[in-house]
Every structure is written in C-alpha cells, then in structure tokens.
Write a protein that binds this ligand. Structure first.
Ligand SMILES: [Zn+2]
Length: 153
C-alpha cells in the first residue's frame, strides 16, 4: 500500500473513533491521538528512505512500540499530560499501516518478535493506484462527514 492508501485507511479507522468518542469532539486528547495515529501510519515505510530491507523490522509489533515511544518523546515536553495519548497514537498508527500492508501480496512478519510467521492476504498489489486512491478518498470522505456530524451535534 502506498502513502495515500495508508493515510486513507487510517482516516477510515479514525471515523468510528470520532463517532463513538464519549467526550467533546474538541478535546485536545482526541486530536493529539488523531494527529499521531494518522501521521505515524506512514512511518513504517521509512525503511524505503533509509535503504533498509522493505517490510522488515519497521513492519513489526516491536517497531510499533518504538514508534509509540518516539511519539511520546515528541510531545513529552510540550504537553506532558498527553504523553500516553501520543504513545497510543504511534502504536495504533503503526498497526493501521500493518493492516494495510497485510491486504497486499508481499508477506512480512507483523507479529515479530512474538511470532516469525509471515503473513499476506494477497487481495491487491501494494502499488495498485486505483485501490490506494479509493482508500484515500473513502478515508477523507468518511472522516470529514463524521467530524461535521459530531460538530453539529
Ligand atoms: Zn509498508
């Protein structure tokens, strides 16, 4: 899955969270989680930038914890009361990425180091422009409608 697909998928996952969030839609904690969740949903593909093995260590359960810690460190000094929220955003954003890549053909080990099992659901090619664009558009549409619906309540 490419960047557009991952951001769209994470926006799709954000939609029910926005709809079911029990607090006010303007809560800073919700928005911090959304920013880290959607923003860090593309981080595992940093392996492409640093010429590491693609879908190797950055596409694992362990990496999600590392990205969560990085999220926490990013916000620690500015908003220490939201450190755990940023940590959760980083972890779950990475999981969103792993779910997106699991739908494609190229297998990897998302549960490493707990399991060495390589998984791929092989539903579409990761560089399929139409599917990635579809995820992107569906994510923008559903999240926008959810935010407008909550704001008008
Ligand atoms: Zn990836």
């Amino acid at each position: 899955m490419n960047k557009e697909g991952h951001v769209g998928l994470s926006m799709l996952f954000t939609t029910p969270v926005v709809l079911l969030y029990p607090g006010e839609i303007y809560d800073l904690g919700l928005w911090i989680w959304i920013c880290f969740f959607i923003g860090m949903s593309t981080w595992p593909d940093l392996d492409l930038e640093f010429e590491m093995k693609h879908r190797g260590y950055t596409h694992t359960l362990l990496a999600s914890i590392v990205f969560g810690i990085i999220g926490a460190l990013i916000i620690l000094h500015a908003l220490p009361e939201h450190t755990f929220t940023a940590f959760l955003g980083g972890i779950t954003g990475t999981w969103s990425h792993l779910v997106g890549d699991l739908l494609t053909f190229m297998g990897f080990k998302p549960l490493w180091p707990l399991s060495d099992k390589e998984i791929a659901l092989k539903l579409f090619r990761s560089n399929d422009r139409r599917i990635n664009r579809l995820f992107g558009k569906m994510g923008v549409l559903t999240l926008t409608l959810a935010l407008i619906g909550r704001a008008l309540k």
